[in-house]
Design a protein around this ligand. Structure first.
Ligand code: AMP
Ligand code: MG
Length: 478
C-alpha cells in the first residue's frame, strides 16, 4: 500500500527501541488530511485499510516501527527522555525525494514512557492537528498532521478523557536532545554516527565541508533562526522550547501549550507550567540561542580533538547568533511594514512601532492587518499622536523605499489576517470533543487561507474579551 523505509535503524541500537503501537479494539479515523495526502501522492483506496496498514506493520530485522531515544534540557534541567508516547511507523520518501518520518503520537507505551501511559487525549490531538496545519498555511516550517484517530479508549488525566492518536509527519524528529543523548549517554562512535546520519539525511550539501560538525551547527543555527523569526512574525508562542522540542530540521513541532499572542507584549506567556515566563514571546530568540549552545556543547568532541580549540570553535559559531538574528529579524519586521530596504537606519521604525503597540495595548495581528489594509481609522486607539507621527514617518520611508503598490503586496504576504486565536481554538475544541465538528472544520478552513483578508470572515479577526485573555492558560502533555 505504501512503501516505508527505515534508514534510522542504521544508527547504533542505543538510539531506538523497536516497538509496535498498542492494539486498539476500535480505532476510528476521525480526520484525514486529504490535501496532505494529495501533496505526498499517497492515495489510499480506503482510509480504514490505510489505518490498519499503519497499525499492523510487521516487525523484522531490517524494518519495523520504533521509538526514538533522546535526552533534553527541560526548563533548563537536563533529563533522559525518549519517545514516551510516540512511535515512528516508518519513513516515507515522496516523489520529490523528501524523506518524512511517519509517526503516531499517543499510540501506547514504549521503553521511554517512564511513569506515563503513552496515550493522548482527543482534545490535545485535535489541538495539534489544527495548530500544525494552521502554521503550515501561515508559511512556517512545521510538522504536519495527516490524521486523527480515536482509539475508543478512555485516558485518565485529572478526569477521564476520550483517547486518540495523531499521525504526524516530519522531515526528521532528530532534535538537539538526540545529540545530547548521544553525547552524555552514548559513546563517541554514537555521536559520530548520529552526526553523519543527520547530515546525510537533512543537509547533504555540507558533506563536503572539512569540519562537518561545525557546518551542521551553523546550519542548524540558520534554520532555527528562520523558524523563530517566523514565529515572531505571526505572534506565535511555542510555550515549551525545551531542547528535546528543538528539531535540527528547523521544523516547529510539539504543539502542547502553544498559543497566539493577542495584545502585543513581549512578556506574553500562556503556558500553565511556565511559571517563570522562560518561554515568553519576547524570550524566544534568547532561548533558541541557549538551545543552540546546548547543541554546540553536545558536538564539542567532534568540533576538534583539542578541547580548547573545540570550545573556541563552538563559541565562535554561537557568537554569530546575534548578527544573524538581528539581520533576519529586522528584515522580517520591515517586510511587515512594507519596507524592502533593510538598512539599519530603518530599524528604528520597527522599534518605535512596537513601543507604541505595547503602550496602547494593541492587538499584534490586527495592527499590522490594519496597516496593510489601510484601515487605520480616526477615532480608534490607533489615532494617538505618537501613532500618527509614526505613520507620517513610516509613509515617507515606505514610499521612498518601496512604493505603495509593492508595499501593500509585501505587507499582505507577510501579515496574516487570520490566526488561530486562543478563544476560537478552545471553543472549536470544546465542541469537537463532544462530536460537533462544525466549528472545528470552519476554523480549519479559514486558517487554510490566512493571508487573504475577507470582510465576510471578520468575526475571526476579533480579539478575545479581556477576561478571557488574562485568565487563559494552556497545558501540555495531556
Ligand atoms: P513533550 O512535553 O510532549 O515534549 O514531552 C516530554 C517528554 O514526556 C517526552 O519524552 C514524551 O514522550 C514524554 N511524555 C509526555 N506525555 C507522555 C505520556 N502520556 N506517556 C508517556 N510519556 C509521555
Ligand atoms: Mg516533545
Amino acid at each position: 500500500m505504501l512503501y516505508l523505509e527505515y534508514s534510522y535503524l542504521s544508527l547504533p541500537a542505543t538510539f531506538y527501541e523497536k516497538v509496535k503501537p498498542s492494539p486498539f479494539s476500535k480505532p476510528e479515523l476521525l480526520l484525514l488530511n486529504q490535501a496532505l495526502l494529495d501533496e505526498l501522492h499517497i492515495q489510499p483506496q480506503n482510509p480504514q485499510a490505510f489505518l490498519s496498514f499503519l497499525l499492523n506493520q510487521e516487525e523484522g530485522d531490517a524494518f519495523g516501527s520504533f521509538a526514538q531515544a533522546y535526552a533534553g534540557h527541560q526548563f533548563g534541567h537536563f533529563t533522559k527522555l525518549g519517545d514516551g508516547r510516540a512511535i515512528v511507523i516508518g519513513e516515507y520518501v515522496s516523489a520529490t525525494k523528501q524523506r518524512y518520518d511517519l509517526q503516531l503520537k499517543g499510540s501506547g507505551r514504549t521503553a521511554y514512557s517512564r511513569g506515563g501511559d503513552g496515550k493522548a487525549t482527543l482534545k490535545s490531538v485535535l489541538r495539534e492537528y489544527l495548530m500544525s496545519e494552521a502554521m503550515h498555511a501561515l508559511k512556517v516550517q512545521s510538522s504536519r498532521s495527516l490524521a486523527v484517530v480515536k482509539t475508543g479508549e478512555m485516558v485518565q488525566r485529572e478526569k477521564p478523557h476520550e483517547g486518540a492518536f495523531l499521525i504526524r509527519l516530519m522531515k526528521s524528529h532528530i532534535r538537539v536532545g538526540t545529540f545530547e543523548y548521544a553525547r552524555y549517554f552514548g559513546s563517541s562512535q554514537d555521536l559520530k554516527a548520529l552526526t553523519k546520519y543527520t547530515i546525510q539525511r537533512l543537509y547533504p550539501e555540507i558533506e563536503q565541508e572539512e569540519n562537518q560538525a561545525l557546518a551542521l551547527l551553523k546550519k542548524a543555527m540558520l534554520v532555527q533562526i528562520d523558524v523563530v523569526v517566523d514565529w515572531m512574525r505571526i505572534g506565535f508562542i511555542h510555550g515549551v522550547m525545551n531542547t528535546d522540542n528543538t528539531a535540527i530540521s528547523g521544523e516547529t513541532f510539539d504543539y502542547g501549550p502553544c498559543a497566539f499572542m493577542n495584545v502585543y507584549h513581549p512578556q506574553t506567556v500562556f503556558s500553565a507550567i511556565d511559571t517563570q515566563g522562560r518561554y515568553a514571546f519576547g524570550n524566544q530568540p534568547s532561548i533558541i540561542k541557549w538551545n543552540l549552545a546546548k547543541f554546540a556543547e553536545a558536538l564539542l568532541p567532534l568540533l576538534h580533538p583539542e578541547p580548547e580549540t573545540a570550545l573556541k570553535l563552538a563559541q565562535g559559531a554561537i557568537d554569530e547568533f546575534e548578527d544573524n538574528w538581528y539581520k533576519k529579524y529586522y528584515k522580517m519586521m520591515l517586510l511587515k511594514i512594507g519596507i524592502e530596504d533593510v538598512s539599519p537606519e530603518n530599524y528604528a521604525l520597527v522599534n518605535e512601532l512596537l513601543a507604541i503597540m505595547k503602550e496602547l495595548k494593541l492587538d499584534y495581528t490586527n495592527t499590522f492587518l490594519a496597516l496593510s489594509q489601510d484601515l487605520v481609522e480616526t477615532g480608534s486607539t490607533m489615532d494617538s499622536v505618537d501613532f500618527k507621527n509614526w505613520k507620517v514617518n513610516w509613509m515617507s520611508v515606505m514610499l521612498n523605499a518601496t512604493g505603495m503598490v509593492q508595499a501593500k503586496k509585501i505587507m499582505e504576504a507577510n501579515n496574516p489576517a487570520f490566526i488561530p486565536r486562543n478563544y476560537l481554538v478552545e471553543e472549536a475544541l470544546e465542541k469537537a470533543t463532544v462530536g460537533d465538528f462544525t466549528q472545528f472544520e470552519q476554523l480549519l478552513k479559514v486558517l487554510q487561507n490566512p493571508y487573504q483578508y475577507q470582510e465576510s470572515l471578520n468575526q475571526f479577526t476579533i480579539p478575545p474579551a479581556e477576561e478571557f485573555e488574562t485568565s487563559y492558560t494552556t497545558f501540555c502533555g495531556t
